[in-house]
Design a protein around this ligand. Structure first.
Ligand SMILES: [Fe+2]
Ligand SMILES: [Fe+2]
Length: 527
């Protein structure tokens, strides 16, 4: 018993968690994780415990979708109380670190006035010793720079916080990941193991390469009950479609949101990996359609809908290299994607603007990404031009056309583009929606509302097309697919500004002889 070859079911899902919260970039990268825990999640849980019904009712109100409300029924509020107590008891070092960062930033704001910074080091809170440098820019504006690899090596980065929840996709929308911690439940298998655990690689490889329950049990050190729960996620045969590979030519498949799979018989590339596990639904590609091996995964930027930890963990053992843009190295708003993903046990390479990465039969050129980050100094963002199958594909992510001149330079470097994939979430969330925990100085609502996470509107998207000289335009990354709600929490209707802008852009494309489409669900191009 337990030695038969087994395969992970395509509808198995994993939610990686830190102290119960979804492990997106800013909950794992240690400086940002400390700030979010102290200044976003602890206050959020305290607010819930003061009046659970306010949170529950707000979570049910479509008009408040995407707000920071804890969607946990009142009869489970004692479990939330226990979670908060455990955080306050076990994470004092993180909470103290966040307080030290706030204190240091205040110190720098008030005393770094263009003169010698040497005396400030003695005044820094001891928790920051050895982990930061203070520097001016050439306008004499001071800032603290974190030496991020050292913070990962320090006790601020604790794998004790990490766990994974494994379950089967039900098709029912999960609670919003940025605001609702995950509690235990009989339907999920909780494993308190670090994300880089080799047993997770064995598990996720087994969608393609069979394993045995005994091997998983040994690697993951499972109890009898845990092994029985895990066996529910396994099947006797691999459940994969033969059409996941091609024998000739080239193909692009749209898997939803910003996830594309570019293929030839020799190679496969995935962009901003996010794959649905709901095999009971129609009109979408799922893990059944994913090629067995992905030579490259291209990440455009660190927003939680583009670096999706539940899919990235599921690629463990199936991806050659994850290509990520290099950050500014130390700016608090700009954590390293490479450090984050390597701590998830994934192979990573960093690229700068115009770095090239070869793959069998093609080349990826990293190209600049403009805006969409609430005017924060975030450099860990890149678009990509992929040359393969005789075509040049522009993978635009959420990069905006705020200054179309950029795309003229890009064309000068990479040549004309055949197919451009453009994000047009042009009424994005305000600054504080994603970054509130990082701010140690007040941000007014007016300031926050003026600085949004917005991609291109119609005029900007048209300007990008003109400058790139592209012949085909595909609008993607709009968060419209129904299965993205737990991460996107978007609410579109026919009056939504974004959708009207997409329609306006497509009219412009038609008027200018450019083929265009607004992608939703699944799509395929074959040549
Ligand atoms: Fe984004
Ligand atoms: Fe996005």
């Amino acid at each position: 018993m337990g030695d038969e070859v087994k395969f992970l079911r395509p509808d198995a899902i994993v939610e990686p968690l830190v102290d119960g919260f979804y492990a997106w970039l800013h909950m794992v990268a240690p400086v940002q994780a400390a700030m979010n825990l102290a200044f976003a999640h602890v206050p959020l849980l305290e607010s819930y415990l003061q009046s659970p019904m306010v949170h529950i009712n707000a979570s049910r109100n479509p008009a408040l979708r995407g707000g920071y409300f804890v969607s946990i029924e009142e009869d489970r509020s004692e479990e939330v109380r226990d979670l908060l107590a455990a955080i306050k008891r076990d994470r004092t070092e993180l909470l103290d670190f966040a307080a030290a960062v706030a204190e240091a930033e205040e110190l720098v704001r008030t005393t770094a006035t263009g003169f010698d910074l040497t005396p400030l080091y003695a005044k820094l809170p001891p928790a920051l010793s050895g982990l930061v440098e203070i520097a001016y820019d050439t306008s004499n504006q001071p800032a603290i720079r974190f030496i991020e690899p050292l913070v990962y090596q320090s006790s601020i980065y604790s794998e004790d916080r990490q766990s994974v929840q494994l379950s089967l996709e039900t098709g029912v929308e999960r609670p919003f990941v940025l605001s609702t911690p995950r509690l235990s439940s009989p339907d999920v298998l909780d494993l308190r193991i670090p994300f880089r655990h080799p047993g997770l690689e064995e598990l996720f490889r087994s969608r393609v390469h069979g394993t045995t329950l005994n091997r998983l049990r040994e690697m993951l050190e499972l109890s009898d009950d845990e092994a029985a729960a895990l066996s529910q996620l396994l099947a006797d045969q691999p459940d994969l479609y033969g059409s996941r590979h091609i024998d000739d030519g080239a193909r692009i498949r749209y898997f939803g949101h910003a996830c594309l799979v570019l293929q030839t018989p020799q190679a496969a590339i995935i962009t901003d990996p996010w794959v649905s596990a709901d095999t009971s639904a129609s009109g979408r590609f799922t893990y059944r359609d994913l090629p067995d091996y992905l030579d490259l995964a291209l990440i455009t930027h660190g927003h939680q809908d583009h670096v999706v930890p539940e899919t990235l963990l599921a690629l463990r053992g199936r991806v050659g290299t994850i290509v990520v843009p290099r950050p500014s190295r130390g700016n608090m708003a700009d954590p390293s994607l490479a450090l984050y993903l390597s701590h998830l046990g994934l192979p990573v390479v960093e690229v700068d603007d115009f770095s090239e990465v070869e793959f069998p039969g093609g080349t990826v050129i990293a190209t600049p990404f403009l805006g969409e980050h609430a005017d924060l100094d975030i450099r860990a963002k890149s678009t990509y031009c992929v040359k393969f199958g005789g075509r040049t594909i522009f993978v635009g992510g959420d990069s905006s056309g705020i200054d179309p001149g950029l795309y003229r330079y890009m064309r000068g470097h990479v040549g004309p583009v055949d197919m451009a994939f453009l994000g047009m979430e042009c009424a994005g969330a305000p600054l504080t929606w994603l970054y509130q925990g990082l701010f140690t100085a007040p941000v007014t609502k007016k300031m926050s509302d003026s600085r949004t996470l917005s991609g291109s509107n119609a005029e900007q998207a048209a300007a990008i097309m003109t400058e790139l000289g592209a012949r085909e335009a595909y609008v993607y990354a709009m968060g419209e697919e129904s299965w993205l709600g737990h991460v996107m929490a978007t609410t579109y209707n026919e009056d939504s500004y974004q959708l009207k802008q997409v329609a306006e852009f497509m009219t412009w494309c038609a008027d200018h002889g450019i083929k265009s489409d607004h992608l939703l669900g699944q799509h395929e191009w074959r040549w």
